[in-house]
Ligand binder design. Sequence first.
Ligand code: PMP
Length: 448
Amino acid sequence: MSAIIYPTTNLKATETLTLERGDGVYVYDNNGNKYLEGLAGLWCTSLGYNNRELIETVNEQLSTLCYSHMFGGKTHQVGMDLSDKLSAMLPVNNGKIFFGNSGSDANDSHIKMLRYYFNAIGKPEKRKIISRERAYHGVTVASAALTGLAPNHEHFDLPFEALGILRTDAPHYYRGALKGESEVQFVERITHNLEQLILKEGPETIAAFIAEPITGASGVIVPPKGYYEKVQAILNKYDILFWADEVITGFGRTGNDFGSTTMNIQSPDLMTLAKQLSSAYMPISAAVIKGDMYEAMIEPSSQVGVFGHGYTYSGHPTAAAVALKTLEIYERDNVFEKAADVGEYLQRRLAEFRDHPLVGEVRGAGLLAAVEFVANKSTGEAFNGGAIGAYAQQACQKHGLITRSVAGSSLAFCPPLIITLEQVDELIEKFSKGLQDTLDYVVRENLI
Ligand code: PMP
């Protein structure tokens, strides 16, 4: 082992996988083993590995202007070009963009901009944010508070109460429905709970509701039809902003340009983007707010003399250049449209596993999917503990497929957007072998 403190890792674990290089949808380890990257790294390498255009863009920018900041009126053409192109493709009205380095810091920026905005319009009490159970919004102190997963809170004394994060139901019908409850009744109940929470807290104290249109890290939860329509009607009624965290679902991942489009969400007021914004060739994120919010923030900034928020690397020119090139490639090569077609095929092929004795639910949209394992297929009873997902992940890896165990007993799939139909077949074949090994293990250990 090395001196690294590994992120999101059991610090007691000793097993590592040393990757050496990547090409297209494949990565290779230091023993020359080849893996199909079924999770696009961490849901991010949309254009795959070793994309020469992106690499040349980075090299060119490094040798022209490797770094410049954006404080106090400094700017650069590539940053401005990126912001214009990005703003024009987003479903946010006249979107204004604050650049950062990660999804987590973009969400922190949003929390601060929300406060700045509501202070500016004379509503300083409007500062609470509603987030959902099982949400994942990052791991910085503030974004971890938005996240609704125990491992991101436990042992860190999180979430900090002062941040005013409220929690409402995860829209997961398979896990969350009451006995005999229909999807319609489920949506009715959890949106009623949301409204009750708003009334209990006082609508005048609530700034925003944050949601991943389809949650990623907590198991790829696709809300039932009609959910967001009901949520947005309630938020509009009480003057609460809708904040779409599209860090995973942005840029063609779910069969449309954005997850908000797939899930029929109408013009989000805020949007968080990262990962596929640059196909992960350089770290960059975007905290987007609608134009009206920005307009209101100008006045107090001039009074104090400055909008006192910014990172050394906000709008890093090399990251901006590679993000701009990524967006150009998406457009030029019809990447989203092709990914939508291949995505439909992936969903169809994964659905073939619905009858497998270990599989409780297959879910997803576009090139984002999860398979949930259950101890009892007819009752949906979950496995006790998280070992099944981890076992299946390892088993798939042995057969040359990288996936990710999420929420204990689900395996997630999120291959690069450039994956072909034949490579989906290869993914399915490898998954099938990993699943068979997992079933053998479960039977051997009497876990079923
Ligand atoms: N939001 C969502 C929806 C995410 O999936 C993630 C990361 N998986 C983040 C925020 C945090 O992004 P980062 O890891 O770049 O800080």
